[in-house]
Design a protein. Structure first.
Lengths: 393, 393, 393, 393
């Protein structure tokens, strides 16, 4: 059975049977269980009930896909994780966000930098979707400027005391616990803080124009006490933060393809059926040009992400290569959402068609995990050898 | 007192005192009475209460500005109408839509093509905002293809019987009456149909990603009977439809400037305050580039609309010139909304800042009153002498 | 030894040793023997002496690379041919044009559609560079509209009589013979016409802004007589014309990468050395953004052409996939040439730096072998199922 | 008689009769006397003979148009000067360059900052075209970074001794004298240095891809002695340099319109005549889109330059407003040249059609008198209050 998706350069034949089956299973589940809930939820900014959905997603292997099976993960390769992200965001970016956070930003650092006890305690339950985590890195005044982190942890005997605030945190109000970064005398460290801890407040941020089906919010830390056993021992360097981001950014590069596919396919079907001036509008050159531009950009994005997955699987990818795919593919999806929306005319303004919803979501994706500017400068530094993030040389 | 708005090429000094006063009054009213209501309404798709707002707007001269004073209008020139549209859309596109429809698409054709009785009956009450009208032209299968209109009116004695449907009609569910176009044996005619007429159904269309504070909906006509006295006598030709559209399109060209101003000013203020990596982000070249691009495009759009207003006032504007300004300025505002939103980073995803709301709205504006493609082809036909709307030569 | 070229996504490791060696040999030859001649020749529109160069190129295997060795060719795969085109156009597009015409547009159809005698007669001598052919398809009034061909061949006994004209023919004035397409009662046929044949005139076209080191000209046919033995028997359908174009278009997609590489590397080196306002200009965000955009677009183009080569080698590529790569990569190179030229400031206006020369050349490439519009519509037809080349549905 | 040019928004009626007559006279002269010489000269990089042409241009009032009549100038307003620049560049950018340098960069500073003797000595002869001057500001290592000027003048009794080099100087090898800027202990000063002065070398720079009909070259200063009477007394501050640049940049903004007009008109005529697939190519949507984009961008550029001229005439223009028009209009012309060239297909590669020549020229214009980046940052500084030229805050 041919893959029902955009595949103009035969990438399907480069995938293993296992990879294809994994992707197809994910698509089947999502189309049946999740897609029908999305439009209304987005319209009203009513969150999908992840407490209900996550265990189902865990059951079909959507969580912790790349984590080893001994910790409840799927032991999958990066290409599979990418294909999963594609299918999730094809339905809605907030779903991909959820999985990227749970798997890439919380499970991954626990697995990489945690103690054996921490791994045993958290990973299996997270993989099963019974426990939801969030990733507390971004701060109100320090979006991209991670180096300027203001949240502080001070050691008091065997206990750390945290103060600060985190903003734009996916799953903030839903999470059963948060992995929170704070500055210490020993460098940046990651702390695991359960819901309900004294002084720890989780709040939902409403009135958003993007990701309206997903939980986003703030974490406030007011003399929050964390015992030493809930500190990740291996996470004392900012570099480790970036290791997590690489997971998420790679997933985003595939998710963007999913959103773009959804937009392109919607537009293609629509323009072939919609008639104006005596012909389907797909018969007009201006419409064909828009469709073709989408096709070309999606095809190139696919080749980028496919190649990147293989490099990651081989342990050869460098983070700047991931920046390239994140930056390019999100900009690509942004263009596709806008183009598809306009091809749908007035119907393109309705949430009954996916493009305008993706158009909102992709703005969040364009910004988080490194804005377009940040990735430009990461790449710029790599090729010129000169950093241009700051004004100081 | 200097004008608080974007004015890089000194357009302020080209305006008369009257024009400036009119604009300033509109701005004052809108900032005080309407702006505080918008964010929540947009977020929840709860319509502004036009039944309450319209009479206030009528009082300050915002409705029927260009209609002669003897019919309750303002007797203003086109530049004033343009400036009004700018101020309305600076707050929200749905407000400009409301005024454009009420004034340009309903009052204008009644004034131009109506009988003296019709004018006396409708215009003063509409100008005072006590009565709201809507404009029933667009059909489900015939967006841009007005020539293919499917709504039909058949004469039965002294009464016309209408059947058909209209879609994406601003003020559809709120309007006290509708001006509806239908195909007859004598050509296209315009019918005035009061709310509550048997067989006439007005429905709200929800789940939109654009213009969420404004009423948009459908009109269904099921054997609706209209007496001869409620038919506009002068409207038997499609050409007259276009006369109305010219009013609306000119207003849109100014409204787009208002939305773009709002986005640009928000981004400028934000980037001068937001610090990252040791400096306000406005100190970085990539940010300055985005701000400058917005400034340049807004400045050019202003010169277009200003010149167009003067041509209209002199009775010299041709409709293709209006197409140029509509097409250009809406595309310009679309770019500004997108750019400003991204400059705001994660905060740009929140409705607490205007850009992402304008970003949604402008998609509707990009589509209605002639899509970008339609205006391209209107201009293309004008300069080449060859129509390229249809496939037939 | 690392490849000295743009390779941000590790394509080098996907190439076989044979492929790399072939490319490196080509680069070595071109840098030593040809590159030093190019600037002055371009400046003065003095053609490279292909009568001298072609035999040298033949010797190092640059001609007929994909033709079987039994006919003097190299028996190489498509990826090798692509890499060769990259290296040729890295130096100058006219060199890639020469090889693409000789190998893809003349040798390939003789090999595919010729008789055994024709193959034996022409192919080995062409492969050695001793004989140069040209491809007479394009006509003065029929650029993209091959179906409207006006050159006619009429049979008179055992001899065909040709009348017509061909324009913008690479190697027109230099070629030892031309493969000329003409309309006959039996369909389009290809004729082999030696230099000096009565009624056959070969003229150089001067005053060009592109490809100034390469021969381009016209062929005039005035009652030219061609014996049956010099007609390709298998070429009676327009489809065969397209088979030849596929060769050339695939080569162009790689050639464009070569031109873009040259531009990018020139700009990167220049901006790292050139100081302004106290820093190398590569330290400025606006400059880094331009460099990064080039890098991203080149990387994607490489992945397209690499994948396409493998599909061609596997016999699976369809011509629309080739259209995608031709269209995308040439537009990409056009952007890179323009961007690199501007990064070089005033020096970018001098032919002493490659970008402004590539900028001229790429305009020819943008147009020939299918303009950007034509490839848009080829792809549009493929995805929508509706042709939009003509106005007739 | 209607103006034969692009005028979609009725700018013609905003011009005075004097302004129109002046423009029409310039056009008449240029079309008759100069245009026929351009193609061959460009192709071969053979300079137009300005020694012959300049006196004729002086006779019809093309030189020193805005200089008062008492010094031989035309006493024209800025709009006239702009219209003249438009007509000059419509034929070739090098002609506009010549006039901009002669009038704006040499005559203007002498008039503004010179002594009465200097004015009497140079201005009338320059206005008549009998003497040609050049403007020596740009240095090899200091393109945009005027503050870092390396040419030095040291006072030795009553004589200044200059050492240094200037590059990319229009009219360098032709000029009868040069106005050269050098750093002194008293700040930057301007020196008038006649041809043939000992140690002063004027050299032509060949192998350019832009402005091939115009003289561009280098000035070398090797212990060049300049008496005090040949120093401009009023030019001791860098600010004065910018006053000259304002003249030139304003002229460029109009010149770019002229080049764009030429491209647009060529493309419009060509596409209406050229047939493909059964119709003139102007009948196709993709072609109409390109034509319309050019029209829109030209119209906006005209409104910018027209408004700017009136602001200058009223003494109200600030230099950042000029930056906006220079930056915008040159980018606009660049797009038009590229677009028109591609619409001409293969013929667009020939210098027999103007677009590809303008395409080369405009690259020089994009760079000189402030690159696109420099004007972006000038505007960025103006609106944000923060300079971003250097890395130091």
């Amino acid at each position: 059975m041919a893959f029902k998706g955009v595949d103009y350069y035969g990438i399907e034949e480069l995938l293993s049977d296992e990879e294809k089956m994994f992707r197809n299973a994910a698509r089947g589940f999502l189309e049946k269980e999740v897609e029908p809930l999305v439009v209304n939820a987005f319209h009203k900014e009513e969150l999908l009930n992840m407490k209900e959905l996550a265990p189902k997603m865990g059951e079909v292997g959507m969580i912790g896909a790349t984590i080893p099976q001994e910790y409840g993960g799927g032991g999958a390769n990066y290409t599979q994780f990418g294909l999963l992200c594609q299918e999730l965001e094809r339905v809605d970016g907030a779903l991909r966000s959820f999985v990227a956070v749970q798997s890439g930003l919380v499970m991954y650092p626990i697995w990489q930098f945690g103690t054996e006890e921490q791994k045993r305690k958290w990973l299996p339950q997270m993989a099963s979707g019974k426990i939801i985590g969030c990733f507390g890195l971004t701060e109100p005044n320090r979006g991209s400027d991670v180096g300027g982190m203001e949240t502080v942890a001070k050691k008091n005997g065997n206990v750390w005391v945290l103060n600060g605030a985190k903003e734009w945190i996916s799953e903030a109000s839903t999470a059963d616990f948060a992995l929170v970064y704070a500055r210490t005398d020993e460098g940046v460290k990651a702390f695991l803080i359960p819901r309900g801890t004294e002084g720890f407040t989780q709040t939902f941020t409403d009135k958003k124009g993007a990701m309206r089906v997903g939980d986003v919010g703030t974490l406030a830390l007011n003399d929050v006490k964390v015992p030493e056993e809930d500190v990740l021992p291996g996470s004392t360097r900012v570099k480790h933060v970036f290791a997590c981001l690489n997971q998420a950014r790679f997933g985003i590069s595939w998710g963007a393809i999913g959103a773009a596919m959804s937009c392109y396919e919607t537009a293609l079907n629509y323009t072939k059926q919609r008639e104006q001036f005596g012909a389907p509008i797909a018969a007009y050159q201006l419409v064909q040009r828009d469709l073709v531009n989408m096709l070309i950009e999606i095809t190139k994005a696919q080749l980028l992400s496919y190649r990147l997955g293989r490099l990651l699987d081989a342990g050869k990818a460098k983070h700047q290569q991931i920046s390239l795919a994140k930056k390019n593919n999100v900009e690509m999806a942004r263009m596709c959402a806008r183009t598809a929306r306009s091809l749908l005319g007035a119907n393109g303004c309705s949430y009954d068609y996916p493009p305008i919803r993706h158009m909102g979501n992709i703005e969040a994706v364009y910004t988080y995990q490194g804005t377009d500017f940040i990735h430009t400068l990461i790449l710029g530094q790599d090729i010129t050898g000169i950093q241009a993030f700051t004004r100081k040389l």
